[in-house]
Design a protein around this ligand. Structure first.
Ligand code: PGA
Length: 258
């Protein structure tokens, strides 16, 4: 069984006090169920205040938007896995397309980050997805396979169990033009087939695969109708309390995958 996972990626939004106020407002309004996990990924500077605002009983778990692969040292401006762990992070988003496009991240570095996250017991959410041009050229499957291979090659069967994959077509992120459920399902099947081939049918069956890219309260229900889609990585629509709460209510009403 795969539990649905809803992740709010706040990107470079909300100061520490704004972030704390947000979680204080939404926590009592969340629909809680064992069939759905919720994660918020604030900027690094707000992790501490969000953790304090969440307290110990909140259904919201904490995630980070990125990290570096070394534990410590002369890496100005970077943040390590032990630093995130100490702040209460359970998840870390890796390889987001904005990191790839704007900050030059490549598969080999993403693989190092992924291994470091796993070594420190952080659950990586690996983002992959094709550009509009790649889709137009019929290269979606090839691009997804290359990104998966680049980030995951050589990972042990044991460590891959902590992995979540987020399929985020670049053309859908922040554009208001989400993939259709059929497009997302086709990509998710490609990802599952890759996991089955690389590891096992069991890994393919148990790994959560999220969709991301212009998810809203209006389209989350249709996306989650398919049992291939195990949740969502959501940017813009997670920044307002009302739309975040609505999304969690819809996800909760749908429940876990068989
Ligand atoms: P969006 O962003 O929901 O604003 O499209 C999703 C993401 O980048 O993770």
């Amino acid at each position: 069984m795969r539990t649905i996972l809803i992740v709010g990626n706040w990107k470079m939004n909300k100061t520490a006090s704004e972030a704390a106020a947000f979680v204080r407002e939404v926590t009592p309004r969340l629909s809680v169920s064992p069939a759905v996990d919720y994660v918020v990924a604030p900027p690094f500077t707000a992790l501490e205040s969000v953790r304090a605002a969440l307290g110990s009983s909140s259904p919201l778990q904490l995630g980070a938007q990125n990290m570096f692969w070394e534990d410590r040292g002369a890496y100005t401006g970077e943040i390590s896995a032990p630093m995130l762990k100490e702040l209460g992070c359970r998840y870390v988003i890796l390889g987001h397309s904005e990191r790839r496009a704007l900050f030059g991240e490549q598969n080999d570095g993403i693989q190092k980050k992924l291994r470091a996250a796993l070594a420190h017991d952080l659950k990586p959410i690996l983002c992959i997805g094709e550009s509009f041009a790649q889709r137009e050229d019929g290269k979606t499957e090839e691009v997804l396979q290359q990104q998966l291979h680049g980030a995951l090659a050589g990972l042990s069967l044991h460590s891959v169990t902590a992995l979540t994959v987020a399929y985020e077509p670049v053309w859908a992120i922040g554009t208001g033009k989400a993939a259709t459920t059929d497009q997302a399902v086709a990509a998710h099947r490609t990802i599952r087939a890759f996991l089955a081939k690389m590891w096992s049918a069991n890994v393919a069956d148990t790994t959560r695969i999220l969709y991301g890219g212009s998810v809203t309260p209006q389209n989350i229900g249709a996306l989650l109708q398919s049992d291939q889609i195990d949740g969502a990585l959501i940017g813009g629509a997670c920044l307002q309390a009302d739309s975040f709460v609505t999304i969690t209510t819809i996800a909760q009403s749908i429940g876990a995958r068989p």
